[in-house]
Design a protein around this ligand. Sequence first.
Ligand SMILES: [Zn+2]
Length: 153
Amino acid sequence: MINIYEYKGGGYDGCHWEWNFFALEFNEDRDATFHNILSTGRKGLKSYEEFQEKVQSEAWVMRSKLSMYSSVSDDQMFEFVDGMSATNAKRVDWYLREHDLFTLKGHCWECGDVFDVEDMNEGPWEGDGGIGIYSKDLFCLDCARKRREDADD
Ligand SMILES: [Zn+2]
């Protein structure tokens, strides 16, 4: 079983925060392995010990908007993927597959059908308000092709 955690990490000059992610992989004895998927800036968590220490603080949990999504719940996985930017969904999915942990699925923004995140295209790119760019939505290949064709007309 894998729990994926999302929280406000980051923290640099000119950029206050960005979503960071880690996963806890549990074996049959309920021992956890910490997977650092994305940890940035001074607010990024680097280890399980650091997380265990931070999570004692209710103020940190509130401030960091810590959320947990369990791999055993399809609903939670959809909530996770559909609620985040396509850029982050691709990033988290890549890490999970690279480490043989899990394959993320999400809904195509256009037709609403379910696909592996790996098989979907990222939607239009936008500025993030700082110096970065990101894409918001995931599209299945059919819908991505249709959007490109419509844009060409
Ligand atoms: Zn679609």
